[in-house]
Design a protein around this ligand. Structure first.
Ligand code: MG
Length: 257
């Protein structure tokens, strides 16, 4: 099932996507909902980020080949950092290059959307029971500032640096979600969650030992090899099998009117 957030006639709504239409729901995607009779063509609504995370918890170096390309060893434990909620944009929106960075990279990732409050799970609990579904995620990174700062917050925290979408797919097998990143029609990254060093269930258990995950929070699970720099005018597409395409364009700041 594809859970989609959109705006129509100044109203923000959730719906379920089938083919090129969305059927509006009544209720919460995180709890119970029923289908309504309101159906719209996707072309006639404004597409929004599929959820409103209170935080994004992202994982560094979670694919062996990417750790290698960055000149790092594989970490012994998941390397966590936070991207702020203010960095979130949706598909068809613009990543704005900040004037204080000379090198901004794309990192295509699988995003895990949390369904219900999770904190310090017991040994009998299944972390996957806390997952609503999966969405495309781009962990946009000012690489020069990341190297300069050591800490990731500035480099990863700019407004527009966390595109997510286009919707939340609830029916993927988390052990093998294929993802590809295309820039200007050229394939740049190709990977699968089967190559994650720390798999999704492990990550949920690990993160919630530290902090509470809330409904709508998103985990960025790490990027495969092939990251590279972006320039103004670039078109970035993250394609995930059976999920769809998260598509953003890159613009200079200040962006043209
Ligand atoms: Mg990343």
């Amino acid at each position: 099932m594809k859970l989609f957030r959109f705006k129509k006639s100044d109203q923000i709504a959730y719906g379920v996507v089938a083919n090129d239409h969305v059927q509006t729901i009544h209720g919460s995607i995180f709890d119970a909902f029923t289908m309504t009779k309101a159906i719209y063509a996707l072309a006639e609504v404004e597409w929004l980020p599929p959820c409103e995370p209170t935080k994004i918890v992202a994982i560094g170096r979670n694919y062996r080949e990417h750790a290698k390309e960055m000149g790092h060893d594989v970490p012994a434990e998941p390397l966590l950092f936070i991207k702020p909620s203010t960095a979130v944009i949706g598909t068809k929106q613009k990543v704005i290059l900040p004037p204080i960075s000379k090198r901004v990279d794309f990192e295509g990732e699988v995003g895990v959307v949390i369904k219900k409050k999770a904190y310090r799970l017991g040994p009998q609990e299944n972390p996957m029971d806390y997952v609503l579904g999966y969405t495309g995620a781009l962990d946009i990174t000012a690489r020069d500032l990341q190297k300069q700062d050591v800490q990731f917050t500035r480099a990863k925290g700019f407004d527009t640096f966390a595109p997510i979408g286009p919707w939340i797919e609830t029916a993927l097998n988390p052990k093998d979600i294929g993802l590809q990143t295309w820039v200007n029609g050229e394939l740049r990254q190709s990977g699968s969650t089967r190559d994650l060093i720390f798999p999704i269930d492990y990550l949920i258990r690990f993160i919630t030992e530290v902090m509470t995950l809330l409904p709508g929070d998103v985990i960025f699970t790490g990027t495969p090899a092939g990251v590279g720099p972006l320039s103004p005018g670039d078109a970035v597409e993250l394609r995930i099998q059976e999920l769809g395409t998260l598509a953003v364009n890159v613009a200079m700041c200040p962006c043209p009117a």
